[in-house]
Design a protein around this ligand. Structure first.
Ligand code: UVW
Length: 373
């Protein structure tokens, strides 16, 4: 299969419907649902996305990104780094043994992107029983949610791709390692076949290895002495300044390590001002994403909902860091984590531990990551 870009076809598209509609959907949800739990991305975000010219020329996705550094059939991306070397290096970072929980509580009222939902119900009181002379009773729950894409969430490699051709041409919707929209959804039909509607046929989150590696925190809010604002880009200079302030060097960013940046956005706004939390965010931009990718990190994480600056300072781009990390480099993303307690204790290097739930064909996973100092 020739998966080279159809640049000419792409250039003929007057607009970029998926990117435009994706963000417009969030704004529609705002109008419909009001100030409850649904994301309330502001209209300026929509206007900026609509300014995009609908082609990928001149964007970080303009040149071919596959086969991956781990071979043409790889489906686990940067978790290839995980192994005895990263495990032992992580253990070497442990000095006090203090454990920090980086995950947030999943609950009604947490900020959600677009029209995503969190609906947990307990069927019955109790759900079952009583049985036996000992009269055992129990509770279950039913959960309806975009399970890999709400709250503290780990993005798998099937989550984000890039349309490189005409709308509707699934062979030109390309994900990590050149996997196409057709590969993800179409097993060819016939007896025993299934479709991606029941779980992506490739790049599902069940493929990734558990993380046990070094973690590195860039305390950008500490560096600036304030919460960063939405649309404020964290640059490579900022990341280097964090390292210097924290008594570290670039050599501390090792292959396979987990990197995370504290903006202050989560600790100040999560469940306190959801409308502002969802209206945009500070985060890294294209420059810093490329810099970190070149260092071979395994996952990028932050205390905000997309880890990257939103709106992007370049009005032609929508979520480019997602594409640079996930689609181009197989680097995972971890969103909506807590970092304030690490910063308060000046813990900037630690062991990072997280096992995404192996849900076959899922785009991501809930997560309860920990740091061990
Ligand atoms: C998108 O789905 C674009 O965002 P996130 O991964 O931040 O949920």
């Amino acid at each position: 299969m020739d998966q080279d870009f159809d640049q000419e076809a792409a250039a003929q598209q007057p607009d970029s419907p998926p990117r435009r509609d994706f963000i417009r959907g969030a704004a529609a949800a705002t109008a419909a649902v009001g100030a409850v739990t649904v994301a309330m991305h502001e209209l300026d975000l929509v206007k900026r996305a609509e300014a995009a010219d609908g082609t990928i020329d001149g964007t970080p996705m303009a040149d071919r990104w596959w086969p991956s550094r781990w071979g043409k059939d790889d489906q686990i991306g940067a978790t290839n780094w995980m192994g005895p070397k990263t495990t032992l290096d992580a253990v070497a970072q442990i000095k006090t043994g203090k454990v920090y929980s980086l995950g947030r509580v999943y609950e009604f009222g947490m900020p959600l992107f677009g029209q995503r939902a969190w609906v947990l119900r307990i069927p019955g009181n109790p759900t079952g029983g009583a049985y036996g002379k000992n009269q055992v009773i129990w509770h279950d729950e039913i959960l309806s949610t975009e399970i890999g894409q709400v709250g503290t969430q780990f993005d798998g490699l099937g989550h984000i791709g890039c349309r490189t051709g005409k709308p509707g041409d699934k062979t030109q919707e390309v994900y990590y390692n050149g996997v196409t929209g057709t590969d993800l959804h179409d097993s060819g039909g016939g007896p025993g076949s299934t479709t991606g509607a029941y779980g992506l046929l490739k790049l599902g989150v069940e493929n990734v290895r558990p993380f046990f590696c070094r973690g590195v925190l860039f305390d950008v809010a500490g560096l600036k002495g304030r919460m960063l604002d939405k649309g404020e880009e964290i640059t490579v200079a900022d990341l280097k300044a964090c390292l210097a302030r924290q008594g570290m060097t670039e050599a501390d960013i090792t292959e396979g390590c987990a990197v995370m940046w504290r903006t202050g956005w989560g600790e100040n706004l999560w469940m306190k001002d959801n409308a502002r939390f969802n209206s945009g965010e500070p985060g890294i931009g294209v420059e810093a994403a490329k810099w970190l990718a070149a260092k071979g990190v395994s996952v990028g994480a932050a205390d905000c909902w997309a880890i990257e600056v939103v709106p992007n300072p370049d009005p032609n781009l929508a979520f480019p860091v997602h594409q640079i990390f996930l689609t181009r480099n197989g680097i995972h993303i971890l969103e909506n984590i807590r970092l304030d307690h690490l910063a308060a204790d000046k813990v900037f290097k630690f062991a990072f531990v997280m096992a995404p739930l192996p849900m076959k064909g899922a785009t991501g996973s809930p997560a309860a990551p920990i740091a061990v100092a």
